[in-house]
Design a protein around this ligand. Structure first.
Ligand code: SF4
Ligand code: SF4
Length: 209
């Protein structure tokens, strides 16, 4: 019969509408600005129609959320830091809108290039958050950040991020993407073990010949 689909659709809307008031009643006016109620509203048990009261309330960001890239550095036991980036040049090449610029470091004595960046810039007005730079980096040196509240009136200073503004420790990365971090660390350990085993095998062959 004609119109059944429309009636079903209206029924769904009406159900959500009524559930909104039922849920309001259940929380006795504490449905908003309340962490427990907010967790329910954002979870699978949410009922009714509601609004997230941003900025007081913020959606819980999933691990694989991506906004802008940042670059990683390792914190060493002696207090020093070491960039993971080797300035290999892959991410500027792969970036579709070409918004990454890198200046490779040179050895002050020999003048020869060394695997580290002196400068690293990303124009965040051009970045389209595709995540390809993070996907292709062979050194896990660039990752996608969760920070999204970065609006400003000034373009040059705040929207072209330099190496200092882009750099964050590996511990920060592990805090925002714990599963990805664990997976990558396991892969790294396995790769190192395979490399060490091959080296041992080569040395044993050499000693035997
Ligand atoms: S996220 Fe995409 S657009 Fe942004 S810097 Fe990386 S590759 Fe370029
Ligand atoms: S791909 Fe990785 S290592 Fe290579 S320049 Fe980009 S961030 Fe650095």
């Amino acid at each position: 019969m004609y119109g059944i689909g429309i009636l079903k659709g209206l029924g769904v809307t009406l159900k959500h509408f009524v559930e909104t008031y039922v849920d309001d009643f259940r929380w006795l006016g504490k449905r908003y600005y309340n962490e427990e109620a907010y967790a329910v509203r954002q979870g699978p048990k949410a009922t009714g129609i509601f609004t997230v009261q941003y900025p007081e309330e913020k959606l819980i960001i999933p691990e694989n959320f991506r906004y802008l890239p940042f670059i990683l550095y390792e914190e060493k036991d002696d207090g020093s830091i070491e960039d993971r980036c080797t300035s290999c040049g892959i991410c500027p090449k792969i970036c579709p809108p070409q918004c990454i610029w890198i200046v490779r470091s040179n050895d002050p004595e020999t003048g020869r290039p060394i695997p580290a960046p002196t400068e690293f810039f990303i124009d965040i007005d051009i970045c389209m958050s595709c995540g390809l730079c993070a996907e292709y980096c062979p050194f896990d040196a660039i990752k996608m950040d969760h920070v999204f509240e970065i609006a400003s009136y000034e373009r040059m200073e705040h929207h072209i991020l330099n190496k200092e503004q882009l750099s964050k420790p590996v511990s920060y990365y592990s805090s925002i993407q714990p599963k990805n971090f664990r997976r990558e660390e396991e892969a790294r350990v396995a790769k190192e073990a395979a490399k060490a085993a091959k080296k041992k095998e080569r040395e044993a062959k050499k000693a035997a010949s």
